[in-house]
Write a protein that binds this ligand. Structure first.
Ligand code: MTE
Ligand code: CO
Length: 441
């Protein structure tokens, strides 16, 4: 392990199980409610129901599955994961929202390898439920300050020269429950409002060129066709830079819940702007000050004023193994695995500490390292001796930006904020091997 220069010393350890002013009761309820699915008890969830192997299936015997013909082709016209992996699913937090239609669930980051999220495990965020758009009846309108107002069908959009790109999408509220203290005991819940897929579609610039944007136009209003009619203002520079109007993710058509048949991709920007079931683009000369960029998705500062238009998602990382769902089963060598990302470009470096920040070691980054995309990192060569350990990761992106500690973030932003929490996460490994979400104060 290569040592890098030590940052500030860690201070007093505040456990996630200590009293939390606002949500302590809720947190207890969450852990109780989740039962085997939540927190340290997740060990029971990850381990197969039958903990011990059946000697009859072990060498030198011939295993049961080797004695019979398996199902033929087309037994599953659309393939599903192995039944032994059925606990790997999106999950939501009961108390977080009032209704499932305006709610969110979380990607099971602990169970995934590499950087691509399977479509069925991409977290969902809806403001008015998932719209079931009939593709033949789908239309995308571009109007306002353009030479030629246009209406595209789904087929029209597929006739343009396509482009495929990998990008992460992170909800601005990812980690929003963790501002005041360690709260949720699982990486699925603390960091799971992120996914990363390969999108295929048309550059938004191509469609705007078809319509002919007038010289004074500086903004777009992008609007969804769901019951929420969710809309956001998008600056023209970004629209002409790398935004895409997409119909596929990971090679197949968009899932209903991810905006079928068409969604907007706004690389590196907060997930809220990636409008699903995209139905309308209005071109104008000023921001619309829509609900989602005024009363929501702004950051409330300590002086009571709100920081608005925090579009780019700052560099962030998290250790996905070990984590509360994946405790250390035995002492000895452990590969520490994690994910890092930045809305401003590529990840340049990730450092990992096992002693709460006293010593940092440079992690191994795995190719491909792509701009505005998840990057996989590993720390090889660490051996757990059975004593408590405090694991953290710290991402640095190609602009030189360093992922901050929570204390540094709070010094500027206070604790009233919900959105844009990219603080360093700490996992404590207890002597039992269980892993807990804690805050180093
Ligand atoms: N678009 C529409 N039309 N309606 C929505 O509710 N939610 C937004 C965004 N686009 C939303 C939407 C938010 S807040 C996020 S984080 C992302 O979609 C989530 O995308 P996903 O559900 O594909 O993960
Ligand atoms: Co969101």
């Amino acid at each position: 392990m290569n040592k890098t220069k030590p940052p500030a010393k860690p201070g007093h350890i505040q456990s996630s199980s200590s009293e939390i002013p606002t949500n302590a009761g809720r947190r207890k309820a969450l852990l109780a409610g989740l039962g085997a699915a939540g927190g340290a008890a997740a060990a029971g969830l990850i381990t197969p129901a039958r903990a011990l192997a059946d000697p009859a299936n072990l060498p030198p015997n011939v295993a049961d599955w080797s004695k019979v013909l398996g199902p033929g082709v087309d037994a599953y016209p659309y393939g599903m994961p192995s039944k032994f992996e059925k606990t790997v699913v999106r999950r939501h937090v009961e108390w977080l929202t009032a209704t499932p239609e305006s709610s969110i669930n979380f990607t099971p980051l602990y169970a995934l390898d590499g950087i691509v999220t399977p479509n069925g495990l991409c977290f969902e965020r809806h403001h008015g439920g998932a719209a079931e758009v009939i593709p033949e009846d789908y239309r995308l309108m571009i109007h306002g300050m353009v030479e030629r107002p246009l209406v595209f069908t789904y087929q029209d959009l597929k006739r343009f020269p396509p482009q495929s790109r990998f990008y992460f999408l992170e909800c601005a509220a990812n980690g929003g429950m963790e501002w005041r203290g360690a709260q949720l005991n699982g990486v699925q819940f603390t960091h799971g409002m992120v996914h990363c897929v390969q999108y295929t579609g048309v550059p938004l610039r191509t469609l705007l060129e078809e319509a002919g944007v007038k010289p004074k136009a500086k903004w777009l209003l992008v609007e969804g066709g769901d019951s929420a009619g969710m809309n956001r203002s998008l600056p023209m520079d970004k629209a002409l830079d790398d935004c895409m109007v997409v119909y596929s993710m990971n090679g197949e058509r968009l899932r209903t819940e991810q905006g079928y048949p068409i969604r907007l991709v706004v690389p590196g920007f907060e997930g809220n702007m990636w409008v699903k079931w995209l139905r309308r683009i209005e071109v104008g000369d000023g921001a619309w000050m829509a609900r989602e960029e005024t009363s929501k998705y702004t950051d409330l500062m300590p002086d009571g004023r709100a920081r608005r238009f925090t579009w780019e998602m700052d560099a962030k990382s998290v250790i996905t193994s070990p984590c509360p769902e994946l405790p250390c089963k035995q002492k000895g060598p452990q590969v520490i695995k994690g994910l890092a990302w930045s809305g401003r470009g590529k990840i340049a470096r990730v450092d990992v500490t096992v002693d709460g920040g006293r010593n940092w070691h440079q992690a191994r980054l795995e190719d491909p390292i792509m701009s505005k995309c998840l990057t996989r990192f590993y720390l090889d060569g660490w051996s757990w001796d059975g004593n408590p350990a405090y694991l953290q990761s710290r991402a640095i992106d190609e602009t030189g930006y360093v992922q901050p500690e929570m204390a540094a973030l709070q010094a500027v932003r206070g604790v009233n904020s919900i959105y844009h929490n990219n603080a360093i996460q700490t996992w404590r490994i207890n002597p039992t091997g269980e892993v807990e979400n804690v805050r180093l104060a």
